[in-house]
Design a protein around this ligand. Structure first.
Ligand code: TZD
Ligand code: CA
Length: 526
C-alpha cells in the first residue's frame, strides 16, 4: 500500500507543481522526505519573501505553485505578502505542517488548534483533513480550488499523516483532470454585442486579469475595433494594454469622484477582467455620471457580487473579447502612431530624477524586459517615461502590501529565463523582502534590482499632505547602503552616481543577480 506521502508527491508531479517555494520547520520535514528528484525546492529565508517569490513565479507561469510553510509562526509571517496574491488572484497552494494528531488537542509545542482559521480571511479555501487517508484528496482540492477560484488556498497536515497508508481509493486522485470553460450562451452573447454596438461613446476599462489571462494582444484588437478610449482599472497590478498606444488614457485614478469624472460623456463603460473598482484614496462622489451605463465582464463571481454599481456578466473575458472582435467591423482607419516619450527632467545636484532612471531602463534594456515595480512615490514618473508593448511587462503588489516587489522579481526571473527581469524597488520597500537577495544569489537568478534611494517613505509624505497630517513621525529612513546589504547576501552590487554610469551598468548583460543603487530626488505619485 503506498503512503500518503507517495501518493501526494505523485499527484503534485502529475499536476506540474514541482517547483516548491518554502521555509520549513520540523513539522514539515516528513512531507519533504523522499521528495523525487524532479522537484526543485526554492528556499526563502523569511515567509514573506517565500510568498512574494511564489507569487511572481505563479503569475509569470500562469500556473498554481506549491508553497511550503511552517505552522502558525511561519504561516503568520506570510500573511502580509499573501494579501497581494489574493488581489492578483494568484493560485498559490500553501501546505503547512502541523503537530501529530494526538498532540494538537493538548496544544503541544508547534501545534495550532484550528489551523485553517488563521488563514481563512485571506485564502479561498482552507482545511485540515479529518484523517490521514483524506490527505491526497484534500491536497488535490487545494490545487483545484486555487485554480478554479483563482485564489490562494491553505492545507494544514499533521506530520504523522505523511507516512500513513494511503488507503485503497486515494490513488484515484492521480487521474483527475479539472477544466473550466465559461463562454456566454447565444442569448447572452447577442445581448452583449447589441449593447456594445448601440453605444455611441463607449469606453473600455481593462484590469490586471487581462494580462494574467494572456489577453494583452487580444485587448488591443478589441480596442482598435471599438475605436474608443482605454483605461487600466485603478490599483493596477499588471499592465493589460500598451501604455503608449494612442487610445490609452492611463491608469484610472483610485477615487470615486475622479473615476466618475473620467467617464463623463461616455454612455457605456465596458470593464473587462477587473473588480469595480479597487478605490484607494477616499474621494467621495457619485459612482457614475448621469447617463453612463457600466458593464463588468469577469470570471470572478465574487468581484461581481460585491461591486457597488453596474451590470455584470460572469464569463471568461477571453470568450467575450473573441465574440466582440468577431462581431465588430475592422477599424476604418489605421491606428495612429504610438505616443512619443517626453524628455526627462534633469538631475537635482547629486540626485537623479526618477524619470531619468526610468528613461535609462527604457533605452538600455531590451523591449521584452519584465518589470516588477515596488516604488510608490514614483508612479507618475514611471508611466511618463515607460513604453511597454508586450504581455507580462509589468507587475506591482496587487494589494499595496510591500514585500512583493523584490521577491516577486526573483520569482518572475526564475519562471522566465527567456526574458530580462528588473525589479524597480524603493529603499523603503526593499526591506520588507530583502532576504530574497540570498535566494537569487544561491540560484544565480539573472535579475537586476534597481534600488531607488530617496531616504524616505516618499508616498507617505504625499499621503500626509492629502490627509492633512504633514508632521507624522517615522517618515525618514536614512543611513542604509544597499550595495553592502546586497553583497552580504552574496549579490554583486554597484552604486551609480550619475545617469551615464547608470546607463553603462544597465547596458551590461550579467548572468547572475545584481543590484544597482541610485540616489533619487523625491517626487509625488500623481
Ligand atoms: N507596510 C506594508 C507591508 N505595506 C505598506 N504598504 C506599508 C507598510 C505602508 N507604505 C506604503 O503604502 S508606501 C510606503 C509605506 C511604508 C513607503 C514605501 O517607500 P519606498 O518608496 O521607499 O519603497 P517611495 O517611492 O519612497 O514612496
Ligand atoms: Ca523611498
Amino acid at each position: 500500500m503506498p503512503s500518503v506521502r507517495h501518493v501526494s508527491h505523485a499527484f503534485l508531479q502529475r499536476q506540474g507543481l514541482t517547483t516548491v517555494f518554502g521555509n520549513p520547520g520540523s513539522n514539515e520535514l516528513p512531507f519533504l522526505a523522499e521528495l523525487p528528484d524532479s522537484f526543485r525546492y526554492v528556499l526563502g529565508l523569511h515567509e514573506g519573501a517565500v510568498v512574494g517569490m511564489a507569487d511572481g513565479y505563479a503569475q509569470a507561469t500562469g500556473r498554481p505553485v506549491l508553497v511550503n510553510l511552517h505552522a502558525a509562526s511561519g504561516s503568520g509571517n506570510a500573511m502580509g505578502t499573501l494579501t497581494n496574491a489574493v488581489a492578483s488572484r494568484t493560485p498559490l497552494v500553501i501546505v503547512a505542517g502541523q503537530q501529530v494528531r494526538s498532540a494538537i488537542g493538548p496544544e503541544s509545542h508547534l501545534s495550532i488548534v484550528d489551523a485553517p482559521a488563521l488563514m481563512k480571511p485571506l485564502v479561498g479555501w482552507a482545511a485540515e483533513p479529518a484523517c490521514a487517508q483524506d490527505v491526497p484528496r484534500a491536497l488535490a482540492q487545494a490545487v483545484f480550488e486555487a485554480r478554479l477560484q483563482r485564489r490562494p488556498t491553505f492545507l494544514s497536515v499533521p506530520y504523522d499523516d505523511w507516512a500513513a497508508d494511503a488507503g485503497d481509493n486515494s490513488a484515484a486522485v492521480l487521474d483527475r483532470q479539472v477544466r473550466r470553460c465559461s463562454a456566454p450562451g447565444p442569448d447572452q452573447a447577442d445581448a452583449l454585442v447589441e449593447q456594445v454596438r448601440a453605444a455611441r461613446r463607449p469606453a473600455l476599462v481593462l484590469g490586471g486579469d487581462i494580462d494574467s489571462a494572456g489577453l494583452f494582444d487580444d485587448a488591443v484588437r478589441l480596442a482598435e475595433r471599438l475605436e474608443c478610449p482605454v483605461w487600466a482599472a485603478p490599483s493596477l497590478f499588471r499592465l493589460p494594454f500598451p501604455n503608449r498606444h494612442p487610445q490609452f488614457r492611463g491608469v484610472l485614478p483610485a477615487g470615486i469622484a475622479p473615476v466618475a469624472k473620467a467617464f463623463e460623456g461616455h454612455d457605456l463603460v465596458l470593464v473587462l477582467g477587473a473588480p469595480v473598482f479597487r478605490y484607494h484614496e477616499y474621494l467621495p462622489g457619485r459612482y457614475l455620471p448621469e447617463g453612463t451605463r457600466l458593464l463588468q465582464v469577469t470570471d470572478d463571481a465574487s468581484a461581481v457580487a460585491r461591486a457597488p454599481m453596474g451590470e455584470a456578466l460572469v464569463a471568461d473575458p477571453a470568450a467575450v473579447i473573441e465574440l466582440l472582435v468577431e462581431a465588430l467591423d475592422a477599424p476604418a482607419a489605421p491606428t495612429a502612431a504610438y505616443r512619443p516619450v517626453p524628455e526627462p527632467p534633469g538631475a537635482r545636484g547629486p540626485l537623479l530624477h526618477p524619470e531619468q532612471v526610468f528613461a535609462a531602463l527604457r533605452d538600455e534594456l531590451p523591449e521584452d524586459t519584465s518589470y516588477v515595480v515596488e516604488s510608490t512615490s514614483t508612479n507618475a514618473a514611471w508611466w511618463r517615461q515607460m513604453d511597454l508593448r508586450r504581455p507580462g511587462s509589468y507587475y506591482f503588489p496587487a494589494a499595496g502590501g510591500l514585500g512583493f516587489g523584490l521577491p516577486g522579481a526573483v520569482g518572475v526571473a526564475l519562471a522566465r529565463p527567456d526574458r530580462p527581469v528588473v525589479g524597480v524597488i524603493g529603499d523603503g520597500s526593499a526591506n520588507y523582502g530583502i532576504t530574497a537577495l540570498w535566494t537569487a544569489a544561491q540560484h544565480r537568478v539573472p535579475v537586476t534590482i534597481v534600488l531607488l534611494r530617496n531616504g524616505t517613505y516618499g508616498a507617505l509624505r504625499w499621503f500626509g499632505d492629502l490627509l492633512g497630517v504633514p508632521d507624522a513621525p517615522g517618515m525618514d529612513i536614512p543611513g542604509m547602503d544597499f550595495t553592502r546589504i546586497a553583497e552580504g547576501y552574496g549579490v554583486s552590487a554597484r552604486h551609480a552616481g550619475d545617469v551615464e554610469e547608470l546607463r553603462a551598468v544597465l547596458a551590461e548583460r550579467p548572468d547572475g543577480p545584481r543590484l544597482v543603487q541610485v540616489d533619487t530626488a523625491l517626487t509625488t505619485p500623481s
